[in-house]
Ligand binder design. Structure first.
Ligand code: C5P
Length: 234
């Protein structure tokens, strides 16, 4: 898979989601989309099947984190939904990641790309030390989790575009970096802290950018999506 822009479908209902996707009906390039907890818990697996049937690639962002056996079984259920990418928390340990891969692999040996969340971008150094008792620099923690994910056989990690180069340095260029925290120059930052533009994310080596509000809340979402693609994919 090459570089691509993934639109985060952060909507609370099927109606709003499909109305949004209808705007892209005439587009030659069907956007790769991300379904997160909000939409999945509101609408269940049928929304995944419906969006898939419309021809979109899907990143199912449910961030699994449980004992290895439970994650393995849950991943087996997700693999039958035929998504293109899904994820879990690297903090669940290497044993959990290996079990997840096993569960996700279909009888024919194929599987969706499995990506690990390292430390959430909402976690600061201070909170990590105070609440998680992890007393190492945050970027070292992210790199360690990325290496564990690579060793477990995962396809890549979710990280900040600012960390993409380091992750590729530690885990190789074939190891994917999926990066949220993207804003247009001069755009609203919202609750994201470390942001970059699509062009900068490309320069930093991100493989996929995940873009939510700059596209979903834009006056003209199709134009905003096209702008992301032009800047990031070229
Ligand atoms: O609206 P915005 O562009 O900030 O959306 C970013 C998307 O990426 C959201 O769906 C958010 O849940 C997701 N995400 C993130 N940071 C992570 C993991 C996922 O922003 N570390």
């Amino acid at each position: 898979m090459g570089k691509d822009v993934i639109i985060a479908l952060d909507f609370d209902s099927r109606e709003k989601t499909l109305a949004f996707l209808d705007r892209f009906a005439g587009e030659e390039r069907k956007p790769f989309v991300k379904i997160g907890m909000e939409l999945y818990y509101a609408e269940g697996p049928s929304i995944v099947r419906e969006i898939k049937a419309r021809g979109h690639k899907i990143f199912l962002d449910l961030k699994l984190h449980d004992i290895p056996n439970t994650v393995k079984k849950a991943m087996a259920a997700l693999s039958r939904l035929d998504v293109d990418m899904t994820n879990l928390h690297a903090a669940g340990t290497r044993a959990m990641m290996e079990a997840a891969l096993e569960g996700l692999t279909r009888p024919d040996g194929t599987r969706p790309l499995l990506i690990a969340v390292t430390q959430l971008t909402s976690t600061s150094q201070e909170r990590m030390e105070r609440d998680l008792l992890i007393e190492k620099p945050l970027d070292q923690v992210v790199m360690h989790y990325a290496r564990c994910a690579a060793e477990a056989g995962l396809a890549g990690v979710v990280c900040s575009p600012l960390e993409a180069g380091k992750v590729h340095g530690a885990c190789g260029h074939g190891f994917l970096t999926v990066t949220p925290g993207v804003r247009f120059a001069g755009g609203e930052v919202g609750d994201q802290v470390r942001v970059t533009t699509p062009a900068k994310a490309k320069e930093l080596g991100s493989d996929y950018i995940v873009v939510g509000r700059p596209v979903t809340q834009a006056e003209d979402p199709v134009a905003a999506y096209r702008r992301c693609v032009a800047e990031f994919v070229g």
